[in-house]
Design a protein around this ligand. Structure first.
Ligand code: ZN
Length: 167
């Protein structure tokens, strides 16, 4: 089983109560709380009582882990690779196409290609698919969005559409 406090795999799991929260923890972490298994727990005085700060830190780390896990589950997404301007340019040049040539194939203006290649715009989903298809390259990657603690993006990640609208 996994210790709910430190996250380590442990054969021996004890149920303790910390600040009103019931946790299943490893032997090592069990000293951070009161045993809820009744008598026969650690003898008082044999182990120095951990400070409240330590307990708070452990609990915080646990919260963070759980939050991270749910973020991973909910927000794995495909996103544009950061080096897309270079990838587009290199793939285009490898085919000996001018920006105009690629633009014609994509039914876009050459200025759009120029902006893509200098990174000043991001392709939307449709253009992205066309680029990948015409150039035979992959411009997306699986990413896991891990939001900064308390960051302003909390709650809702920017979608590709939002980013384009901001330009
Ligand atoms: Zn532990």
């Amino acid at each position: 089983m996994l210790c709910e406090m430190c996250g380590k795999q442990s054969d021996i799991i004890k149920t303790i109560s910390v600040e009103g929260t019931t946790l299943k923890v490893c032997k090592e972490c069990s000293r951070f709380g009161e045993s809820s298994e009744g008598k026969g727990g650690a003898k008082k005085g044999t182990v120095a009582a951990p400070s409240r700060t330590v307990v708070a830190e452990r609990l915080e780390a646990r919260e963070r882990r759980m939050r991270t896990r749910s973020i991973y589950a909910d927000e794995d997404t495909t996103d544009l690779v950061p080096e897309y301007p270079r990838l587009i340019r290199e793939a285009r040049m490898a085919r000996d196409w001018k920006q105009e040539d690629l633009a014609a194939k994509l039914n876009e203006r050459a200025s759009v290609i120029a902006k893509l290649e200098n990174g000043s715009i991001r392709p939307d989903d449709t253009l992205l698919k066309k680029l990948e298809h015409e150039l035979g390259i992959k411009l997306t990657e699986k990413v896991s969005v891990v939001k900064p603690e308390g960051g302003r993006s909390q709650g809702k990640a920017l979608t590709l559409g939002d980013m384009i609208k901001k330009k």
